[in-house]
Structure formats: structure tokens, C-alpha cells
Design a protein around this ligand. Sequence first.
Ligand SMILES: Nc1c(NC[C@H](O)[C@H](O)[C@H](O)CO)[nH]c(=O)[nH]c1=O
Ligand SMILES: CC(=O)[C@@H](O)COP(=O)(O)O
Length: 165
Amino acid sequence: MATQLKNLSDFSATEIPDAAAYTFGIVVAEWNAEITNALYEGAYQSLVKNGALPENIFSYSVPGSFELTSGAELLLKNKPNLDAVICLGCVIQGETRHFDFICDAVANGVSNVAIKYSKPVIFGVLTTDNQQQAIDRAGGKHGNKGDEAAVTAIKMADLARTLQA
Ligand SMILES: Nc1c(NC[C@H](O)[C@H](O)[C@H](O)CO)[nH]c(=O)[nH]c1=O
Ligand SMILES: CC(=O)[C@@H](O)COP(=O)(O)O
């Protein structure tokens, strides 16, 4: 599996821009809060470690991953100066096909919001078969998807600023 070879928090081989000049929104789903809280901590600490100012990070929660699209939309509509929005969630397969509909909806939804506002909206959503896979990717043996989402947000914000110059 590709995941076996890659740690979501390993950025030793990449150059991460200074985030001090950028403003970020973070939208976090409350479902599977043990996991999403860990994703949030990973994302927040990664932003700050790379220079983002706490006063430039605006964080909000939504009930579930399905609402991440609405959360991103509301953030960018009401805070147009945000340079990027990070969406964090954890969808774990249950007995029915509900998992598929949520995952498809949020993946397509956040992409559409990014295009609508021409702003980076980062898909930091775990979509796992079980709880253990989620734990492993929220600060466990495979790193933290929140780290990955934060670094992606910084890189995309920097790219946008460069192209707008
Ligand atoms: N089962 C999971 C959900 N379900 C809730 C939906 O996201 C949504 O809030 C509901 O359908 C009402 O619109 N959400 C997750 O984030 N993770 C899950 O595992
Ligand atoms: C991904 C979900 O919505 C899931 O938790 C719902 O569980 P189920 O498919 O057993 O109803």
C-alpha cells in the first residue's frame, strides 16, 4: 500500500513557505471528535510552526463531514480575506452506503467551493474502513492528516499570492 511507504507528517524533503503573511480558516467536523480534535491540533500546530500567527487562524466546528462544504462556503463568503480554508473530518465506514455518499459529497463539495471563490480549500478528511485506520492517521504510525492539510494550505496560499503578484 502506498500509505505503508509514506508518513502524512514527513515533510523533511520539502520546502515549506513562511506562513506569516497568510490568513487561514479551519472547519472541523464534530463527528468522531477524538479523531478530528487530533487532526485539528496537528493542523493548528503545523500552521504555527511554519510561521502562521494565531490571530490569523479562524477556527469553526460543524456537525459532520457533510457540513464541511457549507462551512467552507460560509467562511469564504463572510471572510473574503482568507488565503486558504482547511476542512478536517473523519468518515468511518458503517453498515450501509451512507459512507460513500458523505465522502463523495464532501470531496466534490469542497472542490466546488474552491473553484467558486478561487481560493484553496483543503480536503483534510480521513475516509477509513475502521477506527484504527483513523487513529493511525491522526497522530499515529502514519502521521497526522492535519499536518498534511496545513502544509498543503500554506503551499497553495503561497502559490496564489505569487501568481497574483
Ligand atoms: N457517519 C459519519 C458522519 N455522518 C454525519 C454526516 O456528516 C452529516 O452530519 C449528516 O448526514 C447530516 O447532514 N459524519 C462524519 O463526519 N463521519 C462519519 O463517520
Ligand atoms: C459514515 C456514516 O454515516 C456511518 O457512520 C453511518 O453508519 P451506518 O452506515 O451503519 O448507518
